[in-house]
Design a protein around this ligand. Structure first.
Ligand SMILES: Cc1cc2nc3c(=O)[nH]c(=O)nc-3n(C[C@H](O)[C@H](O)[C@H](O)COP(=O)(O)OP(=O)(O)OC[C@H]3O[C@@H](n4cnc5c(N)ncnc54)[C@H](O)[C@@H]3O)c2cc1C
Length: 377
């Protein structure tokens, strides 16, 4: 069946979700201030979890609905239609949970999975380091065995939500002699462990969602190793595949189409003739992205690893997002800089989207080599 042809069962899923949303969607707007925003989003995630409406792609035995691709599409469409707030911890629900389900031990699943869906425990990702971003396999944060513990020392950077996280999915080097991606392990680290400190990084918008993370002889039980020792690299690939995977692509499609429509509405109000062609071009690009997303969704969904199309979508979508925001700021003129309105926040944030989950340069290289078969540069 095609990704967007829905069966009667799918429509029953939609009706159940719509009825639930009609009864539970919060009437209030998401608060601006960070602490209140986190409280609000945690309460919303807990409500969703009580109705089994968060992590719908998780297996039933872990609190999900084992949702099919069609059901996940419906879920994303309906949440966007009613403008449902985000959840507090998409990283845990979409990346950490699925990794634990696939690679975790029985004991790890029993301890770590239940608090994820209701947002009772928050996770951050300790992957990037000051000298290891695009070339993640060159990471240097080290874990050495000392009796009954790993002893971890090193630095991470850009760790989203580390300042509110209970756990960190941490990549460490456990064998310095092996080929670089063969000496990496993945640990679940309790963020309250002695020896962990963090420093917030202030963004262009004035918010601080990211942190530098410092680990100084942090003791971690070996039972917290996820997957085999020195076998952490496949987990990294799975995490990245998810960041460029099905749900991301579909959510992004909706977001870009909404942004293109908002841009058209903005043009109607501001009417700057010199930008008319650019607005039409932005609208066309959002439609192309949408059509391409629908075409490749089944392939993204079925692939164990991210296929080259996922890189193409991430590259194209992030660059469209930047152009759309730049155009909105041009239409707003000085008002855009003064207003503190949604477009300004979106514009400032959009500078980061061609960096996170693979920079545009890295994605172009990947496409050149893996999709086009061009010789290595
Ligand atoms: C919004 C956001 C959220 C993030 N959240 C997290 C998180 O929660 N946890 C986490 O661990 N990390 C996170 N990151 C970090 C992110 O994964 C890295 O920023 C990304 O991998 C790029 O690494 P870098 O910043 O070290 O840049 P570098 O790798 O140093 O790259 C610098 C520049 O050099 C270019 N470059 C590098 N290598 C090559 C090459 N071989 N060929 C051509 N050009 C090259 C890059 O394209 C880039 O323009 C986040 C980043 C952002 C922006």
């Amino acid at each position: 069946m095609h990704a967007f042809a829905h069966s009667g069962e799918d429509e029953a899923f939609r009706s159940e979700l719509c009825a639930w949303l009609a009864a539970h969607l919060p009437a209030e707007a998401v608060p601006e201030a960070e602490a209140e925003r986190h409280r609000f989003l945690r309460a919303w995630q807990r409500t969703l979890a009580a109705g089994r409406w968060v992590g719908v792609h998780w297996p039933r035995e872990h609190g999900g609905r084992a949702a099919s691709l069609q059901e996940q599409i419906i879920y994303t469409e309906e949440m966007a239609r009613v403008r449902a707030p985000a959840i507090l911890d998409p990283i845990a629900v979409n990346i950490v949970g699925p990794l634990l389900i696939r690679y975790g031990s029985e004991a790890q699943r029993a301890r770590l999975l239940p608090p994820i869906l209701p947002g009772d425990e928050v996770w951050c990702l300790g992957f990037s380091e000051p000298g290891a971003g695009s070339d993640l396999a060159s990471l240097r944060c080290r874990a050495e065995r000392d009796g009954d513990a790993w002893v971890v020392s090193g630095q991470k950077v850009w760790s989203s939500k580390a300042h509110i996280a209970d756990w960190c999915l941490l990549l460490v080097r456990t064998d310095s002699d092996a080929v670089k991606h063969r000496g990496i392990s993945c640990l679940a680290v309790d963020m309250r462990s002695p020896g962990i400190t963090w420093r917030p990084l202030v963004q262009l918008s004035g918010r601080s969602e990211f942190n530098e993370l410092f680990l100084d002889e942090v003791r971690v039980p070996p039972a917290n190793t996820i997957g085999p020792v020195n076998g952490g690299w496949p987990l990294v690939r799975a995490a990245l595949a998810h960041e460029r995977g099905t749900l991301w692509a579909f959510e992004f499609k909706i977001r870009l189409q909404n942004a293109a429509q908002a841009l058209v509405d903005l043009y109607r109000r501001r009417g700057i003739g010199a930008l008319r062609q650019d607005v039409a071009q932005a609208y066309i690009e959002a439609q192309i992205f949408a059509a391409h997303t629908l075409r490749i969704l089944p392939r993204l969904h079925d692939a164990a690893d991210a296929p080259p199309e996922a890189a193409l979508q991430k590259l194209f979508g992030s660059e469209i997002q930047q152009r759309t925001c730049e155009l909105a700021m041009a239409l707003l003129g000085p008002d855009g800089a003064l207003s503190g309105a949604a477009w300004q926040e979106a514009y400032l944030y959009s500078r980061s989207v061609t960096i996170s989950s693979g920079t545009s340069e890295i994605l172009r290289t990947l496409l050149a080599e893996r999709a086009l078969g061009l010789p290595r540069g």
